[in-house]
Design a protein around this ligand. Structure first.
Ligand SMILES: [Zn+2]
Length: 255
């Protein structure tokens, strides 16, 4: 449970937004789906019960009809392309990466196009032309080739810097402690990051704040945080939980 001392800074910041007549835009991305699982059921039911749209980054090479059938009637779900096989080609002392490095560009782009077509075919009504690079990492040279494959948007991690040839809808707050406990991070830390992102947006930056989950590895702490965070924000008058599709559309119509 997130106790009130942890909720308090969040409410204090959101009240500031409310007093200023502003809406904070949040969105939820959850990575690595390939098939229906108990963890996926939990994610789907919790997001649905709070009316929160979720973008599932699905790994094309290892997914198929079973997940597509399960998601067919879930209108609050969008499906994005999570690389091709989530395979790490980096060396043992490098950061993990599928999209870039020493492999020929043509090979990588060919896989991405295959993944794009596969998911587009499996998800006629849920498909987002969005690339979510595995480990949030992609070589810059590849990014400008993405529109020619059909991609309209890219989602990695962190605040947007510089120009891009396609819409960017990033995640900013990662629920998991990958290098430490490998479980959910402490609620106070997560709330602190959300508040810092809100403060950054309040001062002018027009970028939605992305919460990043990985349902397959959520422990009790991660699930508890999500439920409490949904509870704290979904009814708040200064918060809009947006779908990635709406956020992409918003960027495209702005340019
Ligand atoms: Zn992933």
């Amino acid at each position: 449970m997130i106790d009130s001392t942890i909720r308090e800074p969040l409410y204090r910041e959101l009240d500031r937004w409310h007093d200023a007549g502003r809406m904070a835009r949040l969105w939820l991305r959850d990575d690595d789906a390939v098939e229906p699982t108990a963890a996926l059921e939990r994610l789907l039911s919790e997001t649905k019960s709070y009316g929160i749209p979720v973008t599932l980054a699905v790994i094309p090479a290892s997914t198929g009809e079973a997940l597509a059938a399960r998601l067919a009637d879930e209108v609050h779900v969008g499906v994005a392309v999570h690389g091709w096989a989530h395979h790490n080609y980096a060396g043992p002392h490098e950061k993990k990466q599928e999209l870039g490095g020493a492999r020929p560009e043509e090979a990588i782009l060919g896989e991405l196009y295959e993944g794009f077509l596969k998911l587009k075919g499996l998800y006629p009504s849920h498909f987002l032309a969005m690339l979510v690079p595995p480990w949030n990492r992609i070589d810059n040279g590849l990014i400008r080739k993405l529109p020619a494959l059909g991609f309209e948007s890219l989602s990695t991690y962190g605040r947007i810097r510089g120009e891009s040839p396609l819409a960017i809808v990033n995640s900013h707050v990662d629920l998991m402690d990958w290098h430490g406990t490998r479980g959910g991070r402490p609620a106070a830390d997560l709330i602190g990051e959300v508040v810092a992102e809100l403060q950054d947006r309040f001062n002018g930056r027009n970028e939605p704040i992305g919460i990043l989950g990985h349902h397959l590895v959520h422990d009790a702490a991660a699930w508890d945080f999500l439920a409490e965070f949904f509870e704290a924000t979904s009814g708040h008058p200064a918060v809009e939980w947006a779908s990635a599709a709406a956020l992409v559309q918003d960027q495209i119509s702005r340019t």
